[in-house]
Write a protein that binds this ligand. Structure first.
Ligand code: 5AD
Ligand code: SF4
Length: 447
């Protein structure tokens, strides 16, 4: 391990953060940048030029730990060549297996958990002063201050409204790495969004593992519908997104408010996870396929132009062909605009990881590709409904694939590419859809 003398005290103060996983992690990166900027660090575009490399890890993806160790293995030579720089590991895998990371990778300078982000400057200081084996993880905490964020975009903002999760779906690691559900108080959410909007932001995404249960833990008479209504009242805010909704808490009141308000997107991400009641119960999802279909009917009867997207897992322990066919049946009935599909794999510590993983990898792969085929065809057909239509697009930047094209998102989150000048980035423009594909569209700017 490194001693005091080798750590560079005259750091050029550049930090490079690699972010894996969901939008909550992206937001956590913005919080890390804020706290580091307070003590003089600025973001670096290039990993090799950074004095601090932070890996902001995800634990939801498959083989998260193995992937992290592989990744850290690649960083080891960088540390060896430049012992004065620091390597830090944060995020959900750090929270989950911090001690193991330190043991297996002693060249990692700092491990910090999901509730310890604001401590980062202090931890770096400790390390620079020579302390070794720094690992700061608390089991369940609340470390949020909505004002302490270095926003990466000038026109879009991620705003957490609640952290953690109380649902304990049997396959899911999130409640273990993010702690119990804690809602952020509504006054600070509204104050923060008003400030962001007066600074030029036109789209906010309200974040929570289960936004629909917002407020249940607060000592106030407030729920997600009320909060959404207040956010929607903020003048100048053009688009409000929200992620993720748990179907069991999707109220009629919520659907009504979304319908009434022009600045709330008509996009519901409602993870189905499985189509068979037997598997839904084993997953501890707390709804049946019939109840899920009722929710979809409520949404579609009220908001005919809504888009519903989903997450689906195949090969859960004990799943049989007839259960999988129930999933296919639901996919055909609901007709999701898009579905993110996963092959089940155990996450250590969860209830499902104690069940026998009965479905072979071969069968999981087969079901996965069958599901993908059915869903992709539906996505294409659903997208075709937009062909020739005029849609509103928030221009996010240049296309990643072709920098002669711009890239933006429609209200329903579908990516659309079209020709236009870079001056349009950050603006909402009208685009006619001229060509439809499975995952994105081609358009033509309208004057
Ligand atoms: N195996 C496979 N997929 C999973 N997900 C969460 N945990 C697992 C797991 N153990 C999927 C769920 C969730 C999405 C973010 O990741 O579908 O909604
Ligand atoms: Fe995980 Fe279920 Fe909570 Fe979503 S609702 S984060 S799937 S435990």
């Amino acid at each position: 391990m490194l001693g005091e003398s080798k750590i560079n005290k005259n750091l050029a103060k550049k930090v490079y953060i690699e972010t894996f996983g969901c939008q909550m992690n992206e937001h956590d990166t913005e919080r890390m940048l804020y706290h580091l900027e307070e003590v003089g660090y600025s973001p670096s575009e290039k990993r090799d030029e950074a004095d601090i490399i932070i890996i902001n890890t995800c634990a939801v993806r498959e083989k998260a730990a193995n992937r992290l160790f592989g990744h850290l293995g690649n960083l080891k030579p960088i540390k060896e060549a430049n012992p004065g720089m620091l390597i830090c590991v944060g995020g959900c895998t750090a929270q989950n297996i911090g001690a193991e990371i330190q043991k297996k990778c002693p060249f990692v300078d700092i491990v910090f958990g999901t509730h310890n982000i604001s401590e980062l400057p202090g931890l770096i200081d400790q390390r620079i002063k020579g302390e070794k084996g720094i690992c700061s993880i608390i089991n369940d905490g609340f470390d949020y201050d909505l004002d302490k964020v270095k926003r990466i975009s000038s026109f879009q903002a991620l705003v957490p409204i609640a952290t953690g999760c109380n649902n304990f779906c049997s396959y899911c690691i999130v409640p273990y790495v993010r702690g119990r559900e804690k809602s952020i108080d509504p006054e600070s959410i509204i104050k923060s969004i008003k400030e962001i909007v007066s600074g030029g932001v036109i789209e906010v995404t309200l974040l929570g593992q289960n936004v629909n249960s917002y407020g249940k833990d607060l000592d106030k008479d407030i729920n997600f519908s009320n909060l959404l209504e207040s956010v929607s009242d903020i003048i100048g805010l053009k688009r409000i997104r929200f992620m993720t909704s748990h179907p069991k808490d999707c109220s009629l009141d919520l659907v009504r408010i979304i319908k009434e308000r022009d600045n709330i997107v008509k996009h519901f991400h409602l993870p189905l996870q499985a189509g068979s009641n037997r598997i839904l119960e084993k997953m501890n999802r707390k709804y049946s396929r019939e109840q899920y279909l009722d929710i979809i009917d409520n949404i579609r009867n009220s908001i005919s132009n809504s888009t519903i997207t989903s997450d689906i897992i195949v090969g859960f322990p004990g799943e049989e062909r007839k259960d999988f066919e129930d999933t296919l049946d639901m996919v055909r009935k609901v007709r999701f605009g898009r579905a993110f599909t996963f092959m089940y794999s155990p996450r250590e510590g969860t209830d499902a990881s104690k069940m026998e993983d009965t479905v072979s990898l071969e069968v999981k792969k087969k079901w996965f590709s069958e599901l993908l085929q059915v869903q992709n065809q539906i996505s294409l057909e659903e997208n075709e409904k937009f062909s020739g239509m005029k849609v509103e697009v928030l221009v996010e930047g240049k296309s990643h694939k072709d920098d002669k094209l711009l890239e933006g998102r429609m209200e329903n989150n579908i990516v659309i590419n079209f020709e236009g000048s870079a001056g349009l980035i950050g603006k909402i423009v009208s685009v006619r859809i001229v060509h439809v594909r499975t995952f994105h569209m081609m358009g033509e700017l309208m004057s």
